[in-house]
Each structure stands twice: as structure tokens, then as C-alpha cells.
Design a protein around this ligand. Structure first.
Ligand code: CP3
Length: 351
């Protein structure tokens, strides 16, 4: 990876930033950049029928991954898939009902965990790896391809509850009531998520992001046990087979001290910040230790106009001169006007 005297020139700017350099312009991509705010996504979604067929049909997954790249020219493409592919490939039944979000058959005790597979079903994940390889082949060299997985904690919250809930109380409760079961569930997810990311790297991913969307509901001790430690183990397992693997963690809702501990303990190359992060304090604590990614409020993007311009300018100023990757503080919402996305990109690029 980083050689003495190598300033990363020649690499995609997204990867330059992850290597700790300050690229000549700020790389930009958006969480959920392929999705329902795009008419061309909705058209493919209609054709595919259900959401999981979209994820497991390489023709569709390649197409929707590339749609936002063609339309906006982002500096990174993110594989189109879902974090719940991992439990699905372990044998959990999973459906996505329109407008309702995911529904899984809950896994709440050791017997239900024992009924799942030890390893991911190759019949499912090999299709994801095929999509990665095809996307990399079609993507221009200067754009990075990101793979991803959910962090064990976040995936476990959906597995235990069988759905998203306001504060993921079912998983928190079971972690207190039955710690051996919960630790075994997390272990299964650590091992299989590491294999899943290794497969994505081997198929051509340039970097990966670990989404811990529910990290913010944990107390500091639980954050160490269920967010930091599993991510640390995944990073180590992936780098043991893919030396120098570039990894971003997105522990949504983490405190600054939690983020600092996470970066120190895991050695990730970058952290995603949600829109509530104190940017200057984060930069003071972490600037130079890893790349900082984020963190425009997705609602500022819906608002548009002067409110959007002002929010972007403040963000760019706070991170000026840092290894910064522009992104939203969480996924783009379906009701976001496309013209606002265009306006955001133009402003970030100063064009
Ligand atoms: O970022 C991208 O464009 C890549 C694709 C991607 C999706 N989901 C597509 C998707 C990624 C990286 C994810 C991650 C994901 N999935 C997370 C972590 C990030 C976050 O948003 O917090 C989580 C928690 C999930 C689980 C999930 N998938 C939920 C809760 C839902 C329903 C809510 C919703 O937004 O619809 C999904 C469905 C989903 N995943 C959609 C998309 C485009 C919408 C499905 C549709 O087309 O109807």
C-alpha cells in the first residue's frame, strides 16, 4: 500500500484519501446512491419483481450499481446489494415488503442459531461476487469500487427482532438475558462477514465499508463488546488474506470517544460520520489517523437551495486540507430531488 515517498498519485482519489493523502479534489459518493430516488432504478426494480432478485441477479445488480455513476460521475461505485444478504445466505428466511422494510424469521436462542448454516450459501453469494467482477470490469479505472457488509451488531439486531425497530430493544435485551447465545451469534457473523468481504476483494472490490447503522443505541461497554471488537476481528481476518485491504467503518450514532477508540482498536482506513458528528472536534481527534467520510444531513439535500449550499460550504471548510471523502450522514432518501444531487456535486467540485 503506502510506500515511502508515494503520494498515491495515479490511484483513484477515493483510495488516495483512504491511504491518508489529501487528493487534489475531494472524492464524493453517496450512501444508497443506487435507489428509489432514481427513475431508472425504479424501472429495473419493477422488472426484477422483488428486491432480493435484484440483489442476486448479476445483470440487474451491475446495472443499478452503474446507474448513479453514469448519471452523476461519482468517484466511487458501491455494489448494489443489502446487508441482510449475509443472514439470508446463512439460511434465515427474508422478505422485503414494499414500503415496510425487511422481515426475517427471528433467531433468538441457541437452538435457532444451530439450525442456520455455518458458512454462507455459495449459491447465493457467488452471484454477488460475479456482480462485483462485472462491475469492476465496466467501471472506469479512476473510479473506486466499494464492497460492503453490515457490522455484526447491526445485522444481529435485525436477526433477533426479525425487522427494524425504533431502538433495536429486542437484540439489546437478549444480549443481557442470554450473553452466550448472543456472543455465538456475533461470532458467526464475524466469521461469515469476513469471508464475504474477502470474496468481494478477490472479485475486484477496491475497498469495503462496514455499516454499523445501529451502533448508536449501545452503551460504552456494549459498544466495545458488540461494535468495536467484532469489527476489529473482521478487519484482522480480512487483512490476513488480503494484505493492505482498505476498510471504512460507519458506526452510525457513535460518540467521539467511541469513534476514537474504534479507530485505534481496529486500524480502519476511514470512518463514516453521521450528520450529528461534531466535525471540528472529530478532525482534531482523528485527522491524520484515518480518512473522515461524511456527513451532510440527508434532509439538507431534500431542502436544496441556500440551505443546502450553506451546509455544504460549512462542511467543506471544516474538512479543508484533511483526508476527507464527501458523503451524506446516512443514506439518501427516496423523496430527494435529483436536481439537488446535481447541485451538491457541482458545489463540492467547485464547478
Ligand atoms: O448504498 C447503496 O446504494 C448500495 C446498496 C445498499 C442497500 N442497502 C440497498 C437497498 C446498501 C449499502 C444497503 C445497506 C443497508 N441495508 C443498511 C445499512 C445502511 C443504512 O441505511 O443504515 C441497512 C440497515 C439495510 C437494511 C435494509 N434494507 C432496510 C432497513 C431496508 C428498508 C428500508 C428502505 O430504505 O427501503 C432495506 C431495503 C433496501 N436496501 C432498499 C435499497 C435500495 C430499498 C428497497 C426497494 O427498492 O424497495
Amino acid at each position: 500500500m503506502k510506500e515511502p515517498g508515494d503520494n498515491g498519485m495515479g490511484l483513484p482519489i477515493m483510495l488516495q484519501a483512504l491511504d491518508g493523502h489529501v487528493p487534489k479534489r475531494t472524492p464524493i459518493w453517496m450512501m444508497r446512491q443506487a435507489g428509489r430516488y432514481l427513475p431508472e432504478y425504479r424501472a429495473v426494480r419493477e422488472k426484477a419483481g422483488d428486491f432480493l432478485s435484484l440483489c442476486y441477479t448479476p445483470d440487474h445488480a451491475v446495472e443499478v450499481t452503474l446507474q448513479p455513476i453514469r448519471r452523476f460521475g461519482f468517484d466511487a461505485a458501491i455494489l448494489f446489494s443489502d446487508i441482510l444478504v449475509v443472514p439470508h445466505a446463512l439460511g434465515c428466511s427474508l422478505t422485503f415488503e414494499a414500503g415496510e422494510g425487511p422481515r426475517l424469521v427471528p433467531v433468538t436462542n441457541a437452538a435457532e442459531l444451530a439450525a442456520l448454516r455455518e458458512e454462507l450459501d455459495p449459491g447465493k453469494i457467488d452471484r454477488v461476487f460475479e456482480a462485483v467482477a462485472r462491475i469492476r470490469a465496466e467501471l472506469p479505472r479512476e473510479m473506486a469500487l466499494l464492497g460492503f457488509c453490515g457490522a455484526p451488531w447491526t445485522v444481529a439486531t435485525y436477526m433477533v427482532a426479525g425487522r427494524g425497530t425504533p431502538d433495536q430493544a429486542p437484540a439489546r435485551l437478549v444480549s443481557f438475558i442470554d450473553p452466550p447465545f448472543f456472543a455465538a451469534l456475533i461470532d458467526r457473523l464475524v466469521e461469515t462477514s469476513a469471508r464475504y468481504l474477502i470474496g468481494q476483494f478477490r472479485a475486484g472490490a477496491d475497498a469495503v465499508q462496514i455499516f454499523d447503522s445501529w451502533a448508536g443505541v449501545l452503551d460504552p461497554e456494549a459498544f466495545r463488546r458488540w461494535t468495536i471488537d467484532p469489527i476489529r476481528r473482521i478487519v484482522a481476518a480480512v487483512r490476513a488474506e488480503v494484505p493492505g485491504a482498505r476498510i471504512i467503518a460507519f458506526p452510525k450514532g457513535a460518540t467521539l470517544s467511541g469513534l476514537t477508540e474504534l479507530v485505534q482498536a481496529t486500524g480502519v482506513n476511514g470512518v463514516g460520520l453521521d450528520w450529528t458528528a461534531d466535525r471540528r472536534a472529530t478532525r482534531y481527534a482523528l485527522g491524520g489517523k484515518c480518512a473522515l467520510q461524511g456527513n451532510l444531513d440527508p434532509l439538507a439535500l431534500i431542502a436544496g437551495g441556500k440551505a443546502l449550499d450553506g451546509a455544504i460550504d460549512a462542511l467543506m471548510e471544516d474538512f479543508h486540507g484533511a483526508a476527507h471523502i464527501f458523503n451524506l450522514g446516512h443514506g439518501i432518501r427516496p423523496e430527494t430531488p435529483i436536481a439537488h444531487v446535481e447541485r451538491m456535486i457541482a458545489r463540492v467540485r467547485g464547478s
